[in-house]
Ligand binder design. Structure first.
Ligand SMILES: CC(C)(COP(=O)(O)OP(=O)(O)OC[C@H]1O[C@@H](n2cnc3c(N)ncnc32)[C@H](O)[C@@H]1OP(=O)(O)O)[C@@H](O)C(=O)NCCC(=O)NCCS
Length: 119
């Protein structure tokens, strides 16, 4: 299930976000996590089964768009549908009030999740 990020989950969240191509640099990663903690328009969630296995983050833009900007899954648990489940949950949570979309980095995977919906 998707749970909201809290400060006590900072280490695990940073570990997961560090798999994103743009977040390899520790300073950049610290700025990103701080933004999620302080900016009311930035929302970070974690995927929890027995352990925390994934992270998905988005920003609300102009009060209209919910832009998915981070998606990451623990490498030992990839290709098991967690990424897609997180995208589906964010769609479900935000679809009512916002137009859910993806940024350049997450676009390809986001589209892939959509394709699978039609299968
Ligand atoms: C991208 C990522 C989140 C996918 O998570 P996951 O739990 O393995 O995804 P799912 O199991 O739901 O889906 C797997 C499918 O997505 C595909 N996929 C993986 N990364 C992809 C990408 N960047 N673009 C498009 N498709 C991708 C896989 O090839 C697989 O395809 P298949 O079902 O046809 O075999 C994971 O690979 C990851 O954490 N990558 C590192 C972080 C990253 O680069 N994020 C930026 C891109 S979102």
């Amino acid at each position: 299930m998707l749970i909201r990020y809290k400060k006590n989950l900072e280490k695990i969240a940073m570990g997961l976000l560090s798999f994103m191509p743009e977040e390899k640099d520790v300073k950049k990663l610290q700025q990103t996590i701080k933004e999620y903690e302080t900016n009311p328009d930035w929302h970070l969630y974690l995927w929890k089964d027995e352990d925390i296995l994934g992270a998905i983050g988005l920003r609300i833009e102009d009060g209209i768009n919910a832009v998915i900007q981070h998606i990451s899954v623990n490498p030992s648990h990839r290709n098991a549908g967690i990424g897609k489940k997180m995208v589906n949950e964010v769609n479900r949570l935000y679809n009512d009030k916002f137009a859910v979309c993806a940024d350049d980095v997450t676009q390809q995977f986001y589209n892939k999740c959509d394709e699978n919906e039609d299968e």
